[in-house]
Ligand binder design. Structure first.
Ligand code: F0G
Length: 483
């Protein structure tokens, strides 16, 4: 049989409100052409994000009822800890309320001024004493990654450090069919270390899969090579492992020599190469809220636990309820079921292949959790300064009630505060992210049909201008006007 079915039955349904084009026009204008400002009820197919939008299984819901809400040492904590230990092999497992909480704790410890903070001082820094003179010299620390996700970049910059993207060149070329476009370029990493010195690089990250670069996977061979470089220079390697299971399955499918291995075994091999990881469980944890911070270094873990207690909660619940820990424990188990992963990656590929066949340029090949439209190719008459991605996002909502997200000059463009000159990211993308286990094939067929219809009238897409924007993460709240 060629057909890959959804490997689940539906036992509870949530109605979708169907809106008319006239209603959507009005809603879009009220939201100032920013789909983050549209009430979710007014969206027919919500592809804004795959984060926290999963449908939980009957076993996860059963776990919610079994949740132990004791303050310290709850049964649910031990269950969660044993699942994560088995999956990752990491000795220190800290629960957090979501990925960015893990990032904040990690970067506050690694990058921010330790001299003034007794909590942060109560241990050695990984890498030893030789880093301290650098911290005192006020030269910014540098954190490389294949591509930093926006909250990771914001947390790093907030701590005073600099976030640098070192993805391979193919990772910036939408048409390249390189199987591992998420790979971090080893030569660029060596060059960075040479330029700034290893002492200014307290940590190297690799994001699996590479969300900002199109949801593209990172190969095991690349992780091994990056690990080797980091080890030679005494730089700890951390994974941003939000989508570790999708990355593992793409390794199984695409990297020679791994087809016979289980996704679980490959995932473990990925974690074995790292000194730690930040995870948003809202992706491959198959839950609506939750996160994890993992590490091997005992002294760093001691400081992280102190900060966790200060800002998230006691170390056995980290800002979550016992029931959330149960749902995560079950989610991190289910996500590695291969029937699920095969269906999951097939649905993303199905959407991508149909759009490509209609002549719509996407980031090829389709990645793990989303299809990324190349908005620069979609509407070449709209220059980066007039936000081609946002124009496509508005058109998809207007035409079909589909909510996508711009990942281009709105999200990553910068205006120099001194010269006023605008800089633009290398790609103008629109992400169609698929929530896990939520939509069926007919929903995907509707998205394909709508996107093709918008593409057929692409010359009518309107450039936009920003009317108001906040100082950081402007994509959430900026107000636009059509020109
Ligand atoms: N790292 C990556 C690669 C992410 O994709 C995200 C979130 C985070 C970290 C932060 O996790 O949201 O739990 O705090 N990505 C979501 C998205 C928001 O839509 O891609 P969080």
């Amino acid at each position: 049989m060629k057909t890959i079915i959804e490997p689940f039955r539906i036992k509870m349904v949530e109605p979708i409100k169907l809106t008319t084009p006239a209603q959507r026009e009005e809603i879009l204008r009220r939201a100032h052409f920013n789909v983050f400002q549209i009430p979710a009820e007014e969206v027919m197919i919500d592809l804004l994000t795959d984060s926290g939008t999963s449908a939980m299984s009957s076993e996860q819901w059963a776990g919610m009822l079994r949740g132990d809400e004791s303050y310290a040492g709850a049964r649910s904590w031990y269950h969660f800890e044993s699942v994560l230990r088995d999956l990752t092999g990491m000795p220190h497992i800290l629960p957090t309320h979501q990925g960015r909480a893990s990032e904040r704790i990690l970067f506050e410890l690694i990058c921010a001024g330790q001299e003034r903070n007794p909590i942060l001082r109560s241990g050695e820094q990984p890498g030893g004493q030789e880093r301290n003179p650098i911290l005192r010299s006020r030269e910014p620390l540098v954190i490389p990654n294949n591509n930093h996700f926006d909250t990771t970049r914001a947390n790093i910059e907030h701590s005073g450090a600099e976030a640098v993207d070192l993805v391979i060149d193919e990772g910036r070329a939408p048409r390249s069919r390189h199987p591992f476009k998420g790979n971090l370029d080893p030569q660029k990493l060596e060059a960075l270390i040479e330029r700034v010195g290893a002492a200014r690089i307290p940590l190297c990250m690799v994001t699996v899969t590479n969300n900002s670069g199109g949801g593209q996977p990172v190969s095991l061979a690349n992780l091994q090579e990056v690990r080797g470089i980091c080890a030679r220079h005494g730089i700890p390697l951390f994974l941003d492992a939000c989508r570790f299971a999708e990355n593992a399955y793409l390794i199984k499918q695409r990297e020679p020599g791994h087809a016979h291995r289980s996704a679980r075994d490959i995932a473990r091999a990925m974690f074995d190469l790292a000194d730690g990881a930040t995870i948003s469980a809202k992706k491959d944890g198959l839950v609506n809220i939750g996160g994890v911070l993992l590490m091997r270094d005992h002294a760093l873990a001691e400081r992280a636990n102190n900060l966790l207690i200060l800002t998230e909660g006691f170390v056995t619940y980290g800002g979550l309820a016992g029931r959330d820990l149960e749902a995560m424990a079950q989610g991190f188990t289910e996500v590695l079921h291969e029937d699920y992963l095969q269906y999951r990656l097939r649905s993303v590929a199905y959407l991508g292949e149909h759009l490509l066949a209609a002549g719509i340029q996407i980031v090829e090949p389709p990645g793990g959790h989303a299809v990324y439209l190349d908005a620069a190719a979609f509407c070449p008459h709209v220059p980066p300064a007039r936000f081609p991605g946002q124009a496509v996002v508005c058109a998809l909502y207007r035409h079909a009630g589909i909510r996508a997200v711009e990942i281009g000059s709105v999200m990553f463009g910068r205006v120099d505060p001194v010269t006023g000159a605008a800089s633009h990211p290398p790609m103008e993308l629109v992400r169609l992210a698929l929530p896990r286990r939520v939509y069926t094939q007919s929903h995907i067929d509707y998205v394909i049909e709508a996107t093709i219809e918008v593409f057929e009238r692409r010359d009518q897409l309107r450039p936009l201008r920003i009317l108001e924007e906040p100082a950081a993460l402007r994509h959430f709240t900026a107000k636009f006007e059509e020109m």
